[in-house]
Design a protein around this ligand. Structure first.
Ligand code: EPU
Length: 327
């Protein structure tokens, strides 16, 4: 049985597990649950995980595929997607049908099943905007359950599946409600300037996002990485004001009654942008992205990430939380 995790994490970390089990249907999952006697971890595209060491258990690879239209009217369409589909393929399918909702999320690595877990987002849109529901298997009870949008407690890179229900469910399908009526989100400066004037084709936005991402972010096929390594920290206005007085150039976004700081800016200011530290470092164009220069171990990357956290804490008094799941 395959045990090498290197092809299964976009960081390209060399690690071993007891075996990789591919699940193609709900039936496969139930059969696995009946006979399993070892710990296991469900992996989507492996684009948001850092293996610090070998994993003493099985890796379950969700391979449930399919994009199926289950309902539609003149305004919208409800689509049910296998959790093992590649996220970007779903986005391209949706824009190919000129449907609206997912176009700003083009080229995000990972699988459809992982998208709701960390409520992926980019360029002014998060997946919960058109998330309808998901089907999951309760791994303890061996039963199926549907979660509707309101039940998932979606937040910034957050959901119930990272909090109270962490590790308890295996997502099999996700349903998205996509609009047939043009609704371009051009709030993000780069996207607006790349698109030019507004458009009635969602594909135009997806293509703009693809160009922006390709220009800014490293391609994991060429250089191992996991996208943004940390979350953008959210702090109170009371904490923010003295920081802004000290650092007038500080990059931030409004976050309701609070303020979201650009972690990339904080890291950059600490002198980490583009640096090489042994086999690891940060990307030359985006300080928030930690990269594997080829032979990095998970331990090495983790230690480097801690070094960044410490520097940002010392300089700004701000705690950076890892976005990546450390195993
Ligand atoms: N900046 C720097 N130095 C850098 C890079 C950026 O100072 O090296 C400053 C700039 O002022 C820039 C600001 O930081 O305006 C924000 O940078 P950017 O627009 O690249 O966005 P981000 O906040 O770093 C977030 C998401 C990305 C998402 C982009 C676009 C998080 C943790 N990251 O990055 O998501 O693509 O916005 O919406 O929220 C991911 O989650 O893996 C990811 C790539």
């Amino acid at each position: 049985m395959e045990t090498n995790l290197k092809p299964h994490n976009t960081f390209g970390i060399q690690a071993q597990c007891k075996g990789i089990i591919r699940l193609y249907s709900e039936q496969d999952i139930f059969e696995f649950l009946l006979r399993q006697d070892s710990q296991y971890l469900v992996l989507g595209g492996g684009s948001n995980v850092l293996f610090r060491s070998d994993y003493d258990g099985f890796i379950l690879k969700n391979e449930i595929k399919g994009i199926e239209i289950i309902d539609e009217d003149e305004k919208a369409l409800l689509v049910k997607v296998g959790a093992g589909e590649i996220w970007h393929s779903l986005v391209m399918w949706s824009v190919g049908h000129n449907l609206w909702g997912l176009e700003n999320l083009a080229l995000i690595p990972g699988s459809v099943g992982a998208a709701p877990i960390q409520n992926i987002g980019a360029y002014g849109v998060e997946q919960n905007k058109c998330f309808h529901s998901l089907n999951a298997i309760d791994l303890e009870q061996g039963t199926t359950r549907t979660f509707y949008n309101e039940e998932c407690n979606f937040g910034y890179r957050d959901s119930i599946f990272k909090q109270a229900e962490k590790g308890k469910f295996l997502i099999t399908h996700v349903c998205y409600l996509l609009s047939k009526i043009p609704n371009p989100v051009l709030s993000y400066g780069d996207v607006a300037s790349e698109v030019g004037s507004s458009t009635d084709r969602s594909e135009v936005i997806a293509e703009a996002v693809i160009r922006i991402r390709k220009n800014k972010l490293p391609n994991p096929a060429e250089i191992g990485n996991s996208g943004s390594f940390f979350k953008n920290p959210i702090i109170s206005k009371e904490e923010f004001e003295p920081l802004q007085a000290l650092y007038p150039g500080i990059a931030f976004y409004a976050a309701g009654a609070q303020v979201k700081l650009a972690a990339a800016w904080l890291i950059d200011q600490c002198g980490f942008k583009g640096i090489v530290d042994g086999n690891t470092g940060t990307y030359k164009k985006q300080a928030l992205v930690i990269v594997n220069h080829g032979a990095a171990t998970g331990k090495e990357i983790f230690a480097f990430a801690q070094k960044i956290q410490q520097a940002v804490k010392d300089r700004f008094g701000v705690v950076l939380e890892m976005e990546v799941n450390v195993v």
